[in-house]
Design a protein around this ligand. Structure first.
Ligand code: GN1
Ligand code: MG
Length: 368
C-alpha cells in the first residue's frame, strides 16, 4: 500500500508503521477523521485486536514537531496519573503515545516528514455537531475535566507550539496585512467581510489584556476544543477522551469554552453556505455551560464573565483566520473545494452576528 508524502511523492506505509514499537502484523492504514491540519490514518490488521492512529504532523503549522511531542508526552502522563487516581482507564480516557523503535515519540522519514502514533481509543465516535443538548453537555464535562486534571500541571514545562495562537489582535493584524498584500487579487471579493472584522477591532484585545493585567489567570488549556476533538463511547454515549493535544499550551479558560461553543452550539456546520441556517442555539449553550462548569472546579468571577466573550472571540478569530488564508492562497487550512475558506469565514462571521444579536440571552444562559 502506498501513500502520498508532503512533497507529493509516494511511499510505502508498512515500513513506516513498523518503525513504531508495535507487534508484527499485516498492518493497513486508512484515512481517518476530518482535521484541517494534520493527516490521520487508522492502522489495523485483520489478525490483531488492537488498533493504532498514525498521524503525519504538519510542519508548516508546527515548526518544532519534537516540542509538540514533548508536550503531549508530559500532558498525557500527568493525565494518566490523575485518571488512575480517580479509578479510570487511562488507555481510554487519554491518548497513549506509541514510541518508535528507537525510543523517540516520533519517526522522521528520509523525506523529512514527521510521523507519530497513538493507541486508538476503540468503540468511540466523534461529532461535528451535537445530536442533542445532553450529548453536548457530556462534551462540556470532558473538556471541563481535562482542564481540571491539568490544573496542577507546571505551566512553565510546556513549549508554546504555536506562538500567538489566540492572540486575537495579532490575528487581525495578519488579516490586514494579507488584505494589503492581496497576493491573489481576492480582496475585491471580501471587502464586506474585511470591514465586518475591522469594525470589531476595539474588542479583539479584551481577553489578552485580561491576561496582561493579571485579572484573568493563566491556565493549561487545550486551545482547540472543537467538538470533534472529543471521543464518545459507542455503548454508553459518555464523552471519554479529549484528543488533538498539539495546541495544549498556557492559555485562558475562555478560549476552551469559546471554541466549543463556536463549533458545537451552532445550528450549522463550520462551512455552511446558507446564512439562514446559521443560528446560535441557547439550549445548546446552556447544556454545554452546565457540563463544563460542573467538572471544572474553581473559577474566578472575572473568568466567569470572560466566558461569553470567549465564544465571541473564538468565532471572530476563526473567521479572520479563514479569511486571511483565503486571501493568502489557502496554504494553512486543508480545503475541499474552491472558496472553501471563504465559505468558512462567511459562516463564522454570520455566527458571530447571531451571537451579538442574542448577547443578553447568552449572558443569561451563563447566569443560571
Ligand atoms: C484547526 O486541526 P483541527 O481541524 O482540529 C485549527 C484550529 C481551528 C480549526 C478550525 C492547529 O483545527 O485552530 O480552530 O482548524 N488548528 C490549528 O476548524 O491551527
Ligand atoms: Mg482536530
Amino acid at each position: 500500500m502506498k501513500m502520498e508524502t508532503a512533497n507529493g511523492a509516494q511511499m510505502e506505509f508498512l515500513p513506516l508503521i513498523q518503525a513504531f514499537d508495535i507487534p508484527e502484523g499485516s498492518w493497513k492504514a486508512e484515512a481517518f477523521g476530518n482535521g484541517h491540519i494534520n493527516r490521520t490514518y487508522r492502522v489495523t490488521a485483520p489478525e490483531r485486536q488492537e488498533e493504532y492512529i498514525l498521524q503525519w504532523i504538519n510542519q508548516h503549522v508546527f515548526h518544532y514537531p519534537d516540542q509538540v511531542q514533548e508536550n503531549i508526552l508530559a500532558v498525557t502522563s500527568h493525565l494518566r496519573e490523575k485518571i488512575l487516581a480517580e479509578g479510570g482507564d487511562p488507555n481510554r480516557e487519554t491518548l497513549r503515545v506509541i514510541p518508535a523503535r528507537d525510543g523517540r515519540s516520533w519517526v522522521r522519514t528520509a523525506e523529512g516528514d514527521w510521523w507519530r502514533m497513538f493507541l486508538n481509543v476503540e468503540r468511540t465516535f466523534s461529532m461535528d455537531l451535537p445530536d442533542s443538548p445532553d450529548r453536548f453537555r457530556k462534551c462540556g464535562e470532558a473538556f471541563g475535566r481535562f482542564q481540571r486534571r491539568l490544573g496542577d500541571f507546571p505551566v512553565e514545562k510546556l513549549h508554546e507550539t504555536i506562538p500567538n495562537f489566540h492572540n486575537t489582535p495579532w490575528r487581525l493584524e495578519n488579516l490586514e496585512k494579507a488584505a494589503r498584500e492581496d497576493a491573489l487579487g481576492r480582496l475585491k471579493e471580501v471587502r464586506p467581510e474585511l470591514d465586518f472584522c475591522l469594525k470589531r477591532a476595539e474588542w479583539t484585545g479584551k481577553l489578552v489584556s485580561g491576561l496582561r493585567e493579571g485579572t484573568l489567570p493563566l491556565r493549561v488549556t487545550h486551545n482547540d476544543t472543537k467538538l470533534n476533538n472529543v471521543l464518545l463511547d459507542r455503548e454508553t454515549g459518555e464523552a471519554v477522551c479529549v484528543v488533538d493535544l498539539d495546541t495544549v499550551m498556557p492559555g485562558l479558560m475562555a478560549y476552551d469554552y469559546g471554541e466549543a461553543i463556536r463549533t458545537g452550539a451552532s445550528t450549522a456546520p463550520e462551512d455552511e453556505t446558507n446564512p439562514e441556517k446559521i443560528q446560535i442555539s441557547l439550549p445548546l449553550v446552556q447544556a454545554y455551560t452546565r457540563g463544563f462548569l460542573a467538572e471544572l472546579g474553581a473559577i474566578t468571577p472575572e473568568e466567569r464573565l470572560s466566558l461569553p466573550w470567549g465564544a465571541r472571540m473564538m468565532t471572530l478569530e476563526n473567521g479572520m483566520r479563514f479569511l486571511t488564508d483565503y486571501l493568502e492562497g489557502d496554504h494553512y487550512f486543508a480545503i475541499h473545494r474552491p472558496r472553501h475558506n471563504l465559505d468558512r469565514a462567511r459562516a463564522q462571521l454570520t455566527l458571530l452576528s447571531r451571537m451579538e444579536e442574542k448577547w443578553d440571552e447568552l449572558l443569561a444562559a451563563l447566569e443560571e
